[in-house]
Write a protein that binds this ligand. Structure first.
Ligand code: FAD
Length: 318
């Protein structure tokens, strides 16, 4: 079922959902299930599964290093299918521009359609780890807007190169896109970034999921600014509970987001990462309560591995 239909069906009640990251190559899917199991009691209508970009690795071959390209966390679509089958819940694969040609994206979307996956999250992806800036893959898209257009085209039965003119089994993907309450790191201003978001919406996006934020006012202001920019689709807040002290440096560095002073002070006063995890849970609970009271459509949590903290938050909220 489409996310937009889940929202309609909820009659304004805030839903619970979360995002998971595929296991590293060679790791067992059972570990993933162990982390999903405790969250199923909160009835997520959908679970997002991230896609990671390919990266270079150097393999030692008799003293010479051979550069290979690999994806350390493959299997997004397989995991989506496995979770859908095991838990009877909708899954949302993240589809990236980076690392994929348009043809590969078309094959992926065709597979999604055959698997009964109704939602996809259309993202540009970041630069590869050795690159300073994002570079479009040869034959791929430069911006998420173009990917949204490709998905929308497929929904209309238009395959690449006009090969299928008589499509009788059209996909009908509901399309999610990313939004940034504190603006995307490369955008020159929030206003410009919102204009770009509006382009994704005009291209056919059905809903937005935000980058994590730790100050709800940033989300509220963003939703207001988005409305003023003519964006009238649901904007789902993304929440990440802080789990280790290192997040104080890592999250601003990687995602270019600010952390509130009170949160920094609370984390800094912790004696161990166990205490930090508790601070993260309590902060996320306070955020969730306020967002719930404001009537957000979904509270969407970034789990990134262990789910015990999300389970504790959800127990208090749902
Ligand atoms: P875009 O919407 O294409 O925007 C990228 C930048 O280009 C922005 O600064 C925008 O303002 C600018 N821009 C857009 N259009 C134009 C234009 N026509 N001309 C000039 N500038 C333009 N990454 C992963 O690798 N895997 C994941 O699974 C993943 N999941 C995510 C889930 C969520 C909810 C979010 C918020 C992010 C996720 N990301 C993921 C990270 C995402 O890929 C990065 O933030 C990436 O840098 C931007 O992706 P985007 O889809 O927002 O790009």
């Amino acid at each position: 079922m489409k996310i937009t239909d889940h929202l309609k069906k909820s009659n304004g009640k805030t839903l619970f959902s979360f995002e998971i990251v595929p296991p590293q190559k060679g790791k067992n899917i059972q570990e993933l299930y162990k982390n999903i199991d405790p969250l199923m009691e909160f009835n997520p209508p959908f679970i997002d599964v991230t896609t990671s970009r390919e990266e270079y690795i150097y393999v030692n071959k008799e003293g010479l290093f051979d550069r290979k390209t690999t994806r350390m966390r493959p299997g997004t679509l397989g995991i989506c299918a496995a979770i859908k089958h095991k838990y009877n819940v909708d899954t949302v694969p993240h589809v990236l521009c980076g690392g994929f040609t348009k043809e590969e994206t078309e094959y992926l979307l065709v597979d999604c359609h055959y698997l009964g996956i109704d939602n996809v999250m259309a993202l540009r992806g970041d630069a590869m780890s050795h690159q300073k800036y994002f570079e479009a893959t040869k034959g791929g898209h430069t911006y998420a807007t173009q990917l949204v257009k490709q998905i929308k085209d497929l929904n209309n039965g238009n395959y690449l190169h006009d090969i299928c003119t008589q499509s009788d089994d059209k996909s009908d993907f509901c399309i999610g896109v990313a939004g940034y309450p504190e603006k995307h790191m490369e955008a020159p201003s929030l206003t410009t970034d919102l204009r770009r978001l509006k382009e994704k919406v005009d291209a056919g996006a059905d809903y937005v999921v935000t980058q994590m934020f730790f100050d709800n006012q940033k989300y509220f202001d963003f939703v207001e600014a988005a409305k003023n920019a003519g964006i009238n689709i649901p904007i789902i807040p993304g929440i990440k509970p802080i789990a280790v002290n290192r997040h104080l440096q890592l999250l601003p560095q990687v995602f270019k987001i600010d952390l509130p002073e009170d949160l920094i002070t609370a984390v800094d006063s912790c004696k161990s990462n166990k205490d930090v995890r508790q601070v993260g849970i309590e902060w996320a609970i306070q955020q969730s309560k306020e967002l719930l009271a404001a009537g957000v459509p979904v509270l969407h949590y970034y789990s990134m591995g262990k789910s015990t903290n999300i389970s504790q938050i959800a127990k208090t909220i749902f």
